[in-house]
Design a protein around this ligand. Structure first.
Ligand code: FES
Ligand code: FES
Length: 160
């Protein structure tokens, strides 16, 4: 039976009436036309679908939309402020940390959550937190560079 779900998505109220077991990812992409979060594996193994719920990263492909009721959700579409990209988005662009770009929204949302929790992570801490975020183009060195740059925008950062 369908139920009514009320969320705040990227700062705006969003109400949907739907099957409470539907994945949050499907509701975001199909009902709210927010297609930034990507369907990769659909079973919690790639993190391409990462969004923030109450500031924490969640895998929206395995999160039922009922879990988002009365919660605040942020997707990649909600990071920029007008024409100003989020610093993590700027860092990914500056480092060219994308090839096909399919994993990029999930990588960026994971990075935003990582830096919120730990603004100046070591490489080991970055690897630990990003472990599980898969890039089929194997763009990991540039992704690491981008995360370093986002954590320390004024420094020259290069992967050795
Ligand atoms: S699509 Fe959600 S973890 Fe892969
Ligand atoms: S850039 Fe293609 S999957 Fe990561």
């Amino acid at each position: 039976m369908d139920v009514s779900i009320a969320m705040t998505v990227n700062g705006k109220e969003a109400k949907v009436t739907t099957d409470p077991k539907r994945p949050l990812l499907d509701v975001l992409r199909e009902d709210l036309q927010l297609t930034g979060a990507k369907y990769g594996c659909g079973e919690g193994r790639c993190r391409g679908c990462t969004v923030l719920m109450e500031g924490k990263p969640v895998l929206s492909c395995i999160t039922p939309v009922s879990a988002a009721d009365k919660k605040s959700i942020v997707t990649i579409e909600g990071l920029a402020k007008g024409d100003a990209l989020h610093p993590v988005q700027e860092a990914f662009l500056a480092e060219g940390a994308m090839q096909c770009g399919y994993c990029t929204p999930g990588m960026i949302m994971q990075t935003v959550a990582l830096l919120e929790e730990n603004p100046h992570p070591t490489d080991a801490e970055i690897v630990e937190k990003m472990n599980g975020s898969l890039c089929r183009c194997i763009g990991y060195p540039k992704i690491l560079s981008a995360i370093r740059r986002a954590a320390n925008p004024s420094a020259e950062v290069k992967v050795p």
